[in-house]
Design a protein around this ligand. Structure first.
Ligand code: FMN
Length: 200
């Protein structure tokens, strides 16, 4: 049976979108059926328009990447969730999406889904680890099986050594400071390997 992976991300300025796209590319190479979906934007246009990079990214993706639906959670065997830090926590857009899953959760339909998370911040210690752990808290409540990378591949060291999930820092221009593509690809592959074993 083909393993189904939902990659759910939120991104204001493109970093987490890029990580999500690397994960999608790798998962498809591994033979998974992949849905790449974005948490619906909640910010008002006045706020988005004040930040040219945010506006540009929003316009570039709004008609290209489908919005995440709770049905995607039911459909998937595994999730990869990628979100920038907001003061060490998840963006409201991701939290709102999680909060929409109450019905599925109450019916036990999220139990034994495989989950793994990625994050970014402006500073190297700006809250990436806390953000990933906050995502995992929700996953534990769902009864999902969290697959963290640990130190299971050399690519994790090259990316900065975050064992909870791939994370990156971004400079003032929005460029990624660490080389995380290999770690993202490894995380996607590992998540799928576990999900595929569970689905056998
Ligand atoms: C409301 C808000 C809070 C943020 N909090 C932090 C923070 O505490 N530390 C930090 O290093 N970066 C912080 N950032 C920077 C973002 O995490 C950064 O812009 C993001 O990781 C870039 O990812 P994206 O391109 O996918 O949007 C914050 C940004 C916003 C808008």
């Amino acid at each position: 049976m083909t393993t189904k992976l939902a990659i759910i991300y939120y991104s204001s300025t493109g970093t987490n979108y890029q990580m999500a796209k690397w994960a999608k590319d790798e998962a498809e190479k591994q033979g998974a059926e992949v849905k790449l979906v974005r948490a619906p934007e909640l910010a008002p246009m006045e706020a988005i328009e004040q930040n040219p990079a945010w506006k540009e990214h929003f316009e570039a993706t709004k008609d290209v990447v489908p919005e995440a639906k709770v049905d995607d959670l039911e459909w998937a065997d595994a999730f990869i969730i990628s979100a920038p830090t907001r003061f060490g926590n998840v963006p409201a857009q991701i939290k709102q999406f999680f909060d929409m899953a109450g019905g599925l959760w109450a019916q036990g339909k999220l139990v034994n889904k495989v989950a793994s998370a990625m994050s970014s911040a402006q500073n190297p210690h700006g809250g990436q680890e806390a953000t990933i752990l906050n995502i995992y808290t929700t996953m534990y409540h769902w009864g999902a099986i969290v697959v963290s990378p640990g130190y299971s591949d050399d690519a994790i060291f090259a990316a900065g050594g975050n064992p909870y999930g791939t994370s990156v820092s971004v400079d003032g221009e929005g460029n990624m400071k660490e080389d995380v593509e290999g770690a993202v690809r490894h995380q996607a592959k590992r998540t799928l390997e576990v999900a595929t074993k569970l689905n056998q």
